[in-house]
Design a protein around this ligand. Structure first.
Ligand code: CTP
Ligand code: CA
Length: 228
């Protein structure tokens, strides 16, 4: 029966998926992080595997395990995530679902920081992390044919996401409202707006697995359409 149905729509395709938060060390035992669970990125990777893709899953320290059937590339920091993504190229598509920390601690300590008895708190200074999505979208010959970014916003979601798509040079932005009141960050559902060159598509609030399934199908259609 499988043979009669023909090959899966993404068989023979390589897709890089980034997922989860990154951890930026303060010292060997402390770090800066964010509330990303990795659930949406994990669901997308699983849905891509279901459609036959070979998936390189570059994941920060997520609270959900990676899905079966992917090649797992575990990382901790944004710098490590960037290196792993570059290593994993070339790919037909890249889906950047990770919540990459925007800043790293520039003066991270090599040893555990100790209270010095003065009652004063240490001063951390920050440096901006590399923008992995923008870098991948701006590649020449090595650029995946389809580069998908996410936009986590807490206000003016569509407007900010359109700006982000233009600024980063990616093909699609999957935007969502991560205001605490929506319960999306850390929750089982997601409500997204998919922005591409043709405009904006507002999807209903759906389980993250269903958002992932629809996105994987949309990716399969786009790659078939943009056929070499
Ligand atoms: N991203 C990335 N590398 C970074 C920061 C973000 O690859 N250093 C990617 C994310 O994985 C996501 C997209 O860029 O696909 C947008 O992330 P977001 O945090 O919404 O955007 P930023 O450009 O960081 O802008 P903001 O100041 O709104 O956080
Ligand atoms: Ca950011």
């Amino acid at each position: 029966i499988a043979a009669a149905l023909g090959p899966k729509p993404l068989s023979g395709r390589h897709v890089i998926v980034t997922s989860g938060p990154t951890h930026e060390p303060i010292d060997p035992v402390r770090y800066i992080a964010n509330r990303s669970s990795g659930a949406q990125g994990t669901a997308i990777a699983a849905a891509l595997v279901d459609l036959g893709a070979s998936v390189s899953f570059v994941t920060g320290p997520a609270s959900v395990p990676p899905p079966p059937g992917v090649r797992v590339l575990p990382v901790e920091t944004a710098a490590q995530m960037r290196a792993a993504v570059m290593e994993a190229l070339p790919a037909d598509a890249a889906v950047m679902a990770a919540a990459v920390a925007d800043w790293r601690v520039e003066n991270a300590a090599a040893q555990k920081m100790k209270k010095d008895g003065s009652g004063r708190a240490p001063a951390l200074s920050f440096a901006q992390n590399p923008d992995i999505l923008a870098e991948v979208a701006g590649l020449g010959a090595d650029r995946p044919r389809l580069v998908v970014g996410f936009a986590a916003e807490t206000e003016k979601v569509e407007e900010h996401a359109r700006d982000k798509r233009a600024r980063k040079g990616c093909d699609w932005i999957v935007a969502n409202d991560v205001s605490p009141a929506t319960g999306i960050m850390g929750g089982a559902e997601n409500a997204v707006i998919v922005i591409d060159a043709d405009g904006a598509e507002t999807w209903p609030r759906l389980p993250k697995d269903e958002v992932a399934r629809r996105l994987a199908q949309r990716i399969a259609r786009a790659l078939a359409w943009k056929e070499d």
